[in-house]
Design a protein around this ligand. Sequence first.
Ligand code: AMP
Length: 219
Amino acid sequence: MAARLNLVVLGKQGAGKGTQCKRLAETYAIPHVSTGDILRAAVKAGSPLGREVASVMDSGALVSDELVIQLVDERFKEPDAKNGALLDGFPRTLAQAEALEALLGEDGIKLCINLDVPIELVTRRLSARRVCQECGAIYSDSDVEAISGTCANCGGDVIQRNDDKPDAIRKRLESYERDTEPLLAFYEKRGLLVTVDGAESPDDVTAAIKAVVAQRGLA
Ligand code: AMP
């Protein structure tokens, strides 16, 4: 059996983590684990967890470390994660990064990919982002689906996420700088950090990431 391939993808909100993780998950046959997607699904389902986190998420603040660490711990126990996972939006704090190390033990993180995108560009991308409430497809405000409000994939409603509104965007980017940027040094120290220019086209970014993974003999 191939070695477990656990990859962390870091980058500001709007850097393209979700887009890249979806592509890489297919390439490496490992699941895309997005804590944001798991939490949004709980909110949509109206579960106790969803009711607990909805207002925190809408404001652009982080939910508690304990809660997300538990979610990831449970997700890793599912059979599709036995060969690894692509982690998107987790870890987001040093406490989460340390908990992740403890969780994975020796068979830990193989690489941390930092998608580097200037703040002006991510702010523009986030303000223009529209998503399908049903299937999660991502559109831009100039796409016909965003204008008509109907998803081309599933017919679901295409909306602007509450946390893609200006105040929440500002809060999320502040949180990235304060809480998440220290993780770059954390993974650098372990020789695991690779920075990729996330301002390039999605195809070029995917190619750059695959080249690094191959160069390191990881897949
Ligand atoms: P995202 O889609 O990754 O931007 O996540 C959306 C929201 O979910 C964030 O603004 C947080 O409120 C919450 N969230 C997602 N992942 C985490 C995490 N690792 N730690 C704390 N809060 C998180």
